[in-house]
Design a protein around this ligand. Structure first.
Ligand code: UD1
Length: 372
């Protein structure tokens, strides 16, 4: 079975890595890795291939940045060409695999579905019910045209059933991002980054911010920065800054304020192992990332999530995440709990066990044996 596997942006790489590894066990599964180039900077893309042992993409499309419409459209056209060329050579794809919720995920799924190539969506069914998030639109559209839906948590199954998807399409497989985390965490802890930054395990916080809702508005971003500056009085913070956030900080003339704060280390985006080394030994994580809510839950590290809602509710009901929105008082309240040791404990959801990709490969291998 010829599988077109799509990646484009940073969070896709840690999701595809264990899937490609699991496919190696089956001669019948023949993946072709296609990188759209949505993320192109070495520290948002190449570094993950190197550290996670992902083979170089078979096809790189080099699409790059743009407005949502342009980026999505360019990816759609480019992927359609690849799929059509493969068909012309008599080597058409039997299925596409897409992961996550970035523009590349949705654009590739549309191209395949229109050519009647079945699409499997890894991490299907997550819903924030907030259509102001570009990812929510990507998630809804992608799931609506996929014939195989592979949720990471039970809420995903419920959402898909509520949207009318048939049980036969849905397979609760667990969380592939946690497959990668469990596979890498011992190696990651050998990174030198803590000593390079003069940090003591368990005594610092890690901050990430990149959602348009938080970083694209000067007043909101400025308010969040003030909270970080206040927190840094109580513990040192490490802030690897996403390029989108960096450009907004500079445009709003706010970069100097955060960079000059003694107890905040402003860094560029980090590789997987350095970042996991930091998060796995942090006292607290303050973030608006989706994936980091899951990773902190798997690591048992408190996570204060700077969003009003989440598509990953299990990280709040069972895991270590609390939604604080952009409410400085709420953030400070929970931070005090963390510092006093009274913040609640969480537990790791079922099937976040390092074997999600193996379950996906087994499902596809069973399908390929039916095709043969
Ligand atoms: C994208 C995803 C988001 C994901 C995030 C992880 C969508 C809609 N958003 O957001 O879900 O959480 O990736 O990082 O797909 N840029 C660079 N270098 C790069 C790529 C981008 O500097 O290699 C800059 C450009 O100025 C670009 C901006 O970042 O305009 C935004 O990039 P884009 O891919 O549109 O979205 P992200 O904010 O990265």
């Amino acid at each position: 079975m010829r599988l077109a596997c799509i990646v484009g942006a940073r969070p896709n790489f840690m999701k595809i890595a264990p899937i490609l590894r699991a496919f190696e066990k089956y001669d019948s599964l023949q993946p072709t890795l296609i990188h759209t180039g949505q993320h192109y900077d070495a520290n948002l893309s190449d570094v993950f291939f190197e550290e996670l042992g992902i083979s170089r993409p078979d096809i790189s499309l080099g699409i790059g940045s743009g407005s949502h419409g342009k980026q999505t459209a360019d990816i759609l056209v480019a992927i359609e060409n690849i799929l059509l060329e493969a068909q012309k050579k008599g080597q058409g794809f039997d299925r596409m695999i897409v992961v996550g919720d970035v523009n590349s995920t949705m654009a590739a799924a549309i191209a395949a579905a229109k050519l009647l190539i079945p699409v499997a969506h890894v991490e299907a069914g997550l819903r924030s019910f907030d259509r102001t998030m570009p990812e929510e639109i990507n998630r809804m559209l992608t799931d609506s045209i996929c014939d195989m839906l592979l949720p990471s948590e039970p809420d995903g199954v419920t959402n898909l059933k509520n949207e009318g998807h048939d049980d036969s399409k849905i397979h609760l497989v667990g969380n592939v991002m946690i497959d990668t985390l469990l596979n890498q965490v011992v190696r990651a802890k050998q990174s030198e980054i803590l000593s390079e930054l003069s940090l003591t395990p368990g005594e610092y916080g890690v901050v990430t911010l990149h959602r348009p809702a938080n970083v694209d508005d000067k007043e909101i971003l400025s308010g969040l920065l003030q909270v970080l500056v206040d927190i840094s009085d109580k513990m040192p913070l490490v802030f690897p800054i996403h390029p989108r956030t960096k450009s907004r900080l500079e445009a709003f003339d706010l970069y100097g304020k955060i960079e000059s704060c003694n107890n905040i280390s402003c860094l560029g985006p980090l590789g997987y192992n350095d970042f996991l080394c930091l998060t796995s030994q942090a006292k607290v994580i303050v973030t608006d990332s989706g994936g980091l809510q899951e990773e902190s839950t798997a690591l048992g590290v408190p996570c204060l999530t700077m969003r009003p809602n989440t598509e990953r509710p299990i990280t709040v009901t069972q895991g270590t995440s609390t939604l604080v929105g952009s409410d400085a008082a709420k953030l400070k309240f929970h931070l005090t709990e963390v510092i006093n040791g009274t913040y609640r404990q969480g537990s790791c959801p079922e099937l976040w066990d390092g074997k999600a990709a193996e379950r996906i490969a087994a499902i596809l291998a069973a399908e390929s044996s039916q095709l043969a």
